[in-house]
Design a protein around this ligand. Structure first.
Ligand SMILES: [Zn+2]
Length: 252
């Protein structure tokens, strides 16, 4: 087993059920297996994401939350939090920022993982979902500087949640990144966790596509499959800097 950076804890903040599985569960599963506490925060429950006769938002919420819970268990997550903001209408409001600050101050993750709010499209075939951009913007704004400022959202102190500044932010990237994380040991878990989202996969077998995407991201490292991230270090970590070469696959 190759050495990787394993934080003590990590919190992934995304818009919908299945976003974590598509973007970063290979990394989260490896971390969880290595002893990290991992938390999933879902801004919405994806309740408009099932088109079927007789489907309602209430029914879809139940189905998709159960699917996400199962996917989280497959990857060894400690908890799944549903904020139940409106699917399809997510906005990076101050109210959402405060909710996310509350979760960060409660769980105190060493690493926050979220998306890239600047991605609007990729190639000529896909426009990024506005909820993805909104969740990512709210997550970044909650992580820094809000979560670490004692006199901002100071009323959360009354709930027992004092200011906390995460050490690093891992932003999932689609085409490139500073850090390429090998997921050779967790690619099967990633596929299994994706399959838990039955209402989204339907007859589609995610395996060939996921292997293809993950292998295209591993091109410049000694790995078959990878996930890529832009990593922002908010708290200096001498030890981490010293071991950076061995804990993470480097670009060649
Ligand atoms: Zn999504």
């Amino acid at each position: 087993m190759s050495k990787i950076y394993i934080p003590e804890s990590a919190m992934a903040i995304v818009a919908h059920p299945d976003d974590i599985e598509f973007s970063c569960v290979g990394t989260l599963a490896r971390w969880a297996k290595g002893g990290a506490r991992t938390s999933y925060v879902l801004c919405t429950s994806g309740e408009v994401g099932i088109s079927a006769e007789g489907m309602t938002k209430e029914k879809a919420t139940k189905i998709r939350e159960a699917e996400q819970q199962k996917a989280a268990e497959i990857a060894g997550a400690e908890e799944v939090i549903f904020l139940r903001e409106p699917d399809g209408l997510l906005q990076p409001t101050l109210e959402l920022r405060k909710k996310l600050v509350r979760e960060i101050r409660r769980f105190r993750p060493e690493v926050v993982i979220t998306g890239d709010p600047t991605i609007i499209w990729t190639g000529n075939e896909y426009i990024n979902h506005p909820d993805h951009r909104a969740a990512a913007a709210a997550a970044l704004d909650a992580t820094f500087p809000a979560a670490g400022q004692p006199n901002l959202f100071e009323e959360l102190e009354d709930e027992g949640y004092s200011a906390f500044k995460p050490r690093k932010v891992f932003v999932t990237t689609w085409t490139d990144g500073d850090i390429i994380m090998s997921i050779d040991e967790s690619i099967d878990t990633k596929i299994k966790a994706l399959r838990a989202h039955v209402s989204q996969m339907k007859d589609w077998d995610p395996e060939p596509r996921i292997r293809e995407w993950a292998s295209s991201r591993a091109k410049r490292v000694e790995a078959t499959y990878a996930e890529t991230f832009r990593v922002i270090t908010l708290v200096k970590d001498e030890d981490w800097e010293k071991t950076r070469g061995e804990v993470m696959a480097k670009k060649t």
